[in-house]
Ligand binder design. Structure first.
Ligand SMILES: Cc1cc2nc3c(=O)[nH]c(=O)nc-3n(C[C@H](O)[C@H](O)[C@H](O)COP(=O)(O)OP(=O)(O)OC[C@H]3O[C@@H](n4cnc5c(N)ncnc54)[C@H](O)[C@@H]3O)c2cc1C
Length: 402
């Protein structure tokens, strides 16, 4: 293992077109289900079934075009090149834990409706609302729900505060958000805000590295902390076998609905509300994240969306804020401001009174001490490192990070 990054060997197959993508990424269980390949395919020949990983070739592939495998974050992450492109330098030893960032804050949406609509502090929704209403963004790619099967996540292109609020809160199953990038560009949007998981951020940065025109339209990348995203089988198991609701009876679904920090909630077509605790024994978090993580998440080392402009997440270890949030029934979001663009955008939102902020550390709670309680930290930065070692020993697929 290198001092800074994990550097296992990847595969180079000599194949072309979608075959190469399939051989290097999809068929090796390394697809992150981000949807980037769908958006960059020049002939629109790649599709991905709603809520599932593993894109398929459905049209005519140009063999000499390898854009799909080039932007895929699955088997290859040129981290040094990406850090140099995004930050003008690579991280130092001291930056191994959090990645490169300029500032970090805790905070929440100043508008109490947005705060309550959000899963934690509503910071992401408030930032996007600021972007749309100030003209810094002309749309935002967010994660909503499918109209026909409302427990399945579907990417949405939001252009108003109302659409942002309707799509707020975390979806812990596959969102395929980057499939919407092509749609947004086709609809003429030029300043697109994207809410992305860390692997989706890597795909966007790889698009920028390869100077793809579609990437020029991305105005801001908000990368969520991410423990893992989960297979749709997890959602369906929770609804059917734990809450005893037939899928055809589901009217609304949420991973973290209701009062902060939220419950897995199902509203049935007859109006019943069924709930599962978030943290309790075999509640939502242990059920989903132990049982159903997407395979690629087991070899991911990026918890904090280390290449995003702004990286927000929950602030689980700050027990003072957790207690305050429970009392207020709305929580707090923590955020790393990584790029100059991200910092300027965030400060603009604070100045325009979209966000209230506070220091990320107090004398009692230091970021580096309380952050380690965040479950994604020990999965991504400790457990997955061990898992990668074993996989390499057995010759199983792991991403090449260099
Ligand atoms: C799969 C996943 C894993 C996470 N793991 C952790 C973790 O380990 N530790 C931690 O502290 N926080 C984690 N988070 C982040 C956390 O759940 C909140 O998203 C974050 O605290 C922001 O809260 P907020 O109130 O500011 O966001 P909100 O104002 O509620 O806005 C959330 C935004 O994210 C979008 N969104 C929701 N789900 C997805 C998705 N799957 N893909 C793309 N966009 C999405 C929504 O559409 C909305 O725009 C995770 C989030 C996800 C989606």
């Amino acid at each position: 293992m290198s001092d800074k990054y994990w550097v296992p060997s990847g595969v180079r197959t000599g194949l072309t077109g979608f075959q190469k993508h399939a051989a290097e990424n999809i068929n090796r269980g390394l697809c992150a289900a981000c949807g980037a390949c769908v958006s960059v395919c020049p002939t629109k020949a790649i599709a991905i079934k709603l809520a599932e990983p593993d894109p398929e070739l459905v049209g005519k592939c140009i063999p000499e075009c390898t854009l799909c495998s080039k932007v895929c974050p699955g088997s290859y992450i040129p981290l040094t090149k990406l850090e140099e492109m995004v930050f003008g330098r690579v991280r130092s030893e001291d930056e191994r834990m959090f990645g490169i960032y300029r500032e970090a804050y805790c905070g929440y949406a100043a508008d109490s409706d947005i705060h309550k609509a959000g899963v934690a502090g509503g910071m992401v929704t408030a930032l996007l609302a600021y972007g749309l209403e100030s003209g810094k963004l002309d749309c935002a790619i967010v994660a909503g729900w499918d109209e026909k099967e409302p427990w399945k996540v579907k990417p949405k292109i939001a252009t108003t505060r109302e659409e942002l609020m309707a799509t707020a809160r975390s979806k812990y199953s596959i969102s395929q958000s980057l499939t919407a990038l092509r749609d947004a560009v086709d609809r003429g949007f030029k300043k697109i805000g994207v809410v992305a998981l860390p692997c989706y951020v890597i795909a966007l940065r790889k698009m920028q590295l390869h100077k793809l025109k579609i990437a020029d339209k991305v105005g801001l990348i908000i990368g969520l902390y991410c423990l893992a995203h989960t297979y749709i089988e997890g959602t369906e198991y929770a609804i059917r076998d734990r809450l005893h609701v037939k899928l055809e009876d589901v009217k609304e679904y949420a991973f973290r609905g209701g009062d902060y920090p939220g419950y897995l909630e199902v509203r049935t077509k007859t109006g019943d509300l069924k709930k599962m605790d978030l943290m309790a024994l075999w509640g939502m978090a242990p059920t989903m994240f132990i049982g159903f993580p997407v395979e690629r998440c087991h070899v991911c080392l990026d918890h904090l969306a280390e290449l995003a402009d702004i990286s927000p997440g929950d602030v689980w270890g700050r027990m003072d804020l957790m207690a305050e949030g429970k009392k207020e029934k709305a929580g707090y979001t923590g955020a790393f401001l990584r790029t100059e663009k991200g910092e300027e955008f965030f400060n603009g939102a604070v100045e325009a009174n979209y966000l209230k902020t506070m220091p990320v550390s107090t004398p009692e709670y230091k970021l580096e001490d309380y952050y380690v309680i965040n479950p994604g930290f020990f999965k991504k930065k400790v457990a997955n490192v061990a898992r990668i070692r074993y996989r390499m020993k057995y010759g199983w697929p792991v991403p090449k990070i260099e």
